[in-house]
Design a protein around this ligand. Structure first.
Ligand code: CU
Length: 132
């Protein structure tokens, strides 16, 4: 008996989608991928260098430092958060505070996560990321 190619194709497409949905390991309810990021002087720990466009991310941001920090995703080299794809301002990230924010990035390219509290960017509080 000849296999029906249409049924076979849709079965493959279905199992492919299933594999993607289950591959994250840290995927939270609702399909968002949970990412825990620790902010301190002057770095981001746990921030992935590669993110996927169109994927929902649930960022659990914790300021483990002793001064306020900021989490913004901007074009590489931006000196402020104008045009940011995502921004959590310093007032929400006081020392010891933790906030959870969901972001989905729809632009692809070279970006960075950066802190624009005065002098922090210059002190190296930035990390290159790629969205593809
Ligand atoms: Cu900072």
């Amino acid at each position: 008996m000849r296999r029906n190619p249409i049924i076979l194709t849709s079965l493959l497409a279905f199992s492919g989608a299933f594999a993607v949905a289950c591959s994250g390991g840290s995927a939270a309810g609702g399909g968002a991928t949970e990412v825990k990021v620790k902010l301190s002087e002057f770095k981001y720990e746990g921030m992935p260098a590669q993110l996927k466009a169109g994927q929902a991310y649930k960022f659990v941001l914790t300021n483990a430092g002793t001064v306020e920090h900021e989490f913004s995703v901007v074009k590489r080299g931006n000196k402020d958060h104008g045009g940011a794809l995502a921004a959590v301002e310093a007032k929400e990230l006081q020392p010891g505070k933790s906030v959870t924010k969901e972001f989905t990035f729809n632009q692809k390219g070279d970006f960075e996560v950066a802190c624009h509290v005065p002098a922090h960017y210059e002190a190296g509080m930035k990390m290159a990321i790629t969205i593809s």
